[in-house]
Write a protein that binds this ligand. Structure first.
Ligand SMILES: Nc1ncnc2c1ncn2[C@@H]1O[C@H](COP(=O)(O)OP(=O)(O)OP(=O)(O)O)[C@@H](O)[C@H]1O
Ligand SMILES: [Mg+2]
Length: 391
């Protein structure tokens, strides 16, 4: 480490007695301190306000205005000004004033040079601390400004990214919709009968188009959610209705003979939640979809609702392949899919849980996962209860 050059301290000394000034100046010089001396407080003030110095030593009684007044005038330019006041006319009043004006020390004449040098030495140590402190505060302020600037830039970049994803998704959607119509028409014999092989290929194409359509709509939804463009518009809705609507999409519709078990604790018939109904339904659909997708045939999926005084906990539990603790940290990231092929699921893009997370964050809550490999998974979240609906 290189040594820091030692600073030469500057003392502004004001006394109407030129001999005292001369004595101080030469004594301070031996200590390596620089002294700027004035017999006239006005001249001292003019010099002081333009030239930063470290300590003011002033006689209390001066022509024109007092040493205390000089201190107060200079304090306007240097709020942390350290001043030693000297006087032959020690009076209680001025001592009190001195305290009120945050005078560092008060020394009565006659004083020994060593006495004032000791005081200056202590004052300089304080000054050094104050300077260091101010420097740290400045550095901290600069850092805060830098962070704020970077944050602004990041927000701008993130908005650009969202806009880009949103525009691209939008552009992809239009040709996809016409492709879907063409495929539908072909499959329904509009362009003439197809051979079974042709039909098989076209059906595969149709499946892929539906998958692409879902991916694009997920990407669009996510970019809308995090662009902050869609304002949060909560409304009261019946929780049970939304759960049942989500379950209808799966019950009897999966070809895997899954069993859906409702475990509703207490009376949830009239339980109203304040939130965005469609988005909460989406959360449930995504969680149930995963529970089905990552479980074997004929397995059970539990939908649990547990109301408490002010909140209700909703959970989706499966007895599927489970997720390791390490993987649990990743699954909410966009496009994150765990060993896709090993898990036997090829469908999806890894956006389902990212949407769940965004939607719940928007509602001021979060999704939790409890799981262990081969021991199933439980995803749960809490929502605030609005009221029990009275018909
Ligand atoms: N219930 C679950 N059991 C085991 N693994 C799960 C479960 N839910 C999610 N995962 C794991 O977390 C990953 C991310 O889930 P996510 O729902 O975000 O994506 P996905 O289901 O692969 O695709 P998408 O939901 O976009 O169709 C999944 O790929 C899977 O590996
Ligand atoms: Mg999913």
């Amino acid at each position: 480490m290189g040594s820091t050059p030692t600073k030469t301290w500057t003392i502004l000394a004001v006394d109407d007695d030129a001999d005292i000034l001369a004595g101080l100046k030469s004594f301070f010089k031996d200590h390596g301190w620089n002294t700027q001396d004035f017999t006239d407080p006005e001249a001292a003030f003019e010099w002081g306000k333009k030239n930063p110095f470290d300590i003011l030593i002033a006689d209390l009684k001066l022509p024109k205005f007092s040493g205390l007044a000089l201190h107060e005038k200079l304090q306007f330019y240097y709020p942390d000004l350290i001043t030693i006041l000297v006087t032959a006319y020690y009076s209680f009043d001025s001592a009190q004033e001195a305290v009120a004006s945050r005078i560092y020390a008060y020394l009565s004449k006659p004083f020994k040079l060593q006495e004032i040098a000791n005081l200056v030495q202590m004052a300089l140590e304080k000054k050094e601390l104050l300077d260091r402190n101010r420097q740290l505060v400045d550095e901290q302020q600069q850092l805060i400004e830098k962070l704020l600037f970077m944050n602004k830039e990041l927000k701008q970049l993130s908005r650009l990214k969202s806009d880009f994803v949103s525009n691209v998704s939008h552009e992809l959607r239009t040709p996809l919709t016409s492709l879907k119509t063409v495929l539908y028409n072909l499959l329904h014999g509009i362009a003439g009968e197809m051979t079974p092989k042709q039909k098989e290929y076209f059906e595969m194409m149709e499946e892929d188009v539906v998958r692409l359509e879902r991916l694009i709509s997920d990407m669009l939804d996510l970019s809308h959610l995090d662009s902050g463009k869609t304002p949060f518009k909560p409304e009261p809705f019946l929780l049970k209705e939304v759960i049942e609507a989500a379950l209808r999409l799966f019950e009897g519709k999966t070809q895997r003979d899954m069993k859906f078990i409702r475990e509703y604790q207490g009376d949830i018939e009239a339980l109203e939640i304040l939130g965005e109904r469609d988005k909460i339904e989406r959360v449930l659909v995504n969680l149930i979809n995963n529970a089905v997708k990552y479980s074997g045939d004929g397995k059970r999926v539990w939908i649990r609702v547990k109301p408490e005084e002010t909140k209700v906990t909703v959970s989706v539990k499966d007895e599927g392949i489970g997720i390791s603790a390490e993987d649990q940290e990743k699954i909410f990231d966009r496009f994150e899919q765990l060993e896709k092929m090993a898990r036997g699921a090829t469908e999806g893009a890894g956006l389902g849980l990212a949407i769940v997370k965004e939607v719940l964050e928007r509602h001021g809550t979060e999704v939790r996962v409890e799981s262990a490999p081969h021991h199933g998974s439980t995803f749960s979240f809490e929502l605030p209860i609005h009221r029990q609906r009275v018909e």
